[in-house]
Design a binder for this molecule. Structure first.
Ligand SMILES: NC(=O)c1ccc[n+]([C@@H]2O[C@H](COP(=O)([O-])OP(=O)(O)OC[C@H]3O[C@@H](n4cnc5c(N)ncnc54)[C@H](OP(=O)(O)O)[C@@H]3O)[C@@H](O)[C@H]2O)c1
Length: 239
């Protein structure tokens, strides 16, 4: 298979790139960090090709991604997380987070969509943060709720073309992104676990790849509670 992965220089995306490469698939690994891309190419000279890319740059994204025409799986994992400081509320922070997680991800879709054919899979990484109104997560959770909705609409609009669109909602994964968190992260999993869950979901065409399973079930159940209960629950998490 030919697999293109954004966010492949770190965390979940990097683990996916290495695991697909180890299984003999050809991987285009995308990210801004040139050294990280070179390190991947050196470790997997026959199976990984690096593509330096900032997905917030429109022309760069279009010009660099459009030439990849023969792709079986596209995994859009690039993302950033910033938390709200309620005493210093900053709208620009929302712009930064949405510009990568939502607009940047759509720039990748814009560049690659004409190249996807029947049987291709488009996999978009969101978060279980979309399921509850977590403390300080107005920007991050909001961007992930938006990307989940967009992914579901794409599932509808790309079905007639035979393109499978899969939504990924990870719980806490041990990566550089979560190393900044100073709170407890229940049921945190390793990047290896995350990669295995995502690859299995892709293989089975699971439209909603949520893991770890128990954490996902708990949050999905909680998201159906009355809103006042959800606020009370999230207040407990914020202590
Ligand atoms: N870790 C978790 O607990 C968790 C939970 C739920 C969802 N997620 C989601 O999973 C995805 C991967 O997260 P992670 O934990 O693996 O994070 P990570 O280790 O911080 O990796 C983030 C990746 O995104 C890339 N990226 C960021 N801004 C970019 C930009 N402007 N252009 C191109 N690439 C950019 C980074 O590459 P460069 O710096 O090289 O550009 C890096 O490869 C994200 O979408 C995240 O929201 C993570």
């Amino acid at each position: 298979m030919n697999v293109l992965i954004t966010g492949a220089t770190s965390g979940i995306g990097k683990q996916l790139a290495m695991d697909y490469a180890k299984a003999g698939h050809h991987v285009v690994a995308c990210g801004r960090n040139k050294e990280a891309l070179q390190a991947l190419e050196q470790e997997f000279p026959d199976t990984i090709a690096g593509q330096q890319l900032d997905i917030t740059h429109a022309d760069e994204t279009l010009q660099n991604l459009r030439p990849y025409t023969d792709l079986d799986v596209v995994i859009l994992s690039a993302g950033v997380c910033e938390y709200v400081d309620i005493d210093h509320f900053e709208a620009d922070m929302f712009a930064r987070v949405f510009n990568v997680n939502v607009v940047g991800t759509m720039r990748c879709v814009e560049a690659l969509l004409p190249n996807l054919k029947a049987g291709s899979k488009l996999v978009i990484v969101g978060s279980t943060a979309r399921l509850l109104p977590f403390t300080k997560a107005e920007a991050y959770g909001g961007s992930k709720a938006a990307i989940h909705y967009i992914t579901r609409s794409l599932q509808v609009d790309l079905a007639p073309r035979g393109i499978k669109v899969l939504s990924v909602s990870p719980g806490f994964v041990e990566t550089p992104m979560t190393s900044q968190n100073d709170f407890e992260m229940p049921m945190q999993v390793t990047p290896e676990f995350a990669s295995a869950s995502i690859r299995k979901g892709i293989e089975k065409n699971t439209l909603d790849i949520t893991f770890p399973r128990t954490f996902g079930w708990f949050l999905k159940f909680s998201s159906r509670l009355p809103q006042s209960w959800q606020v009370a629950l999230s207040r407990r998490f914020s202590k």
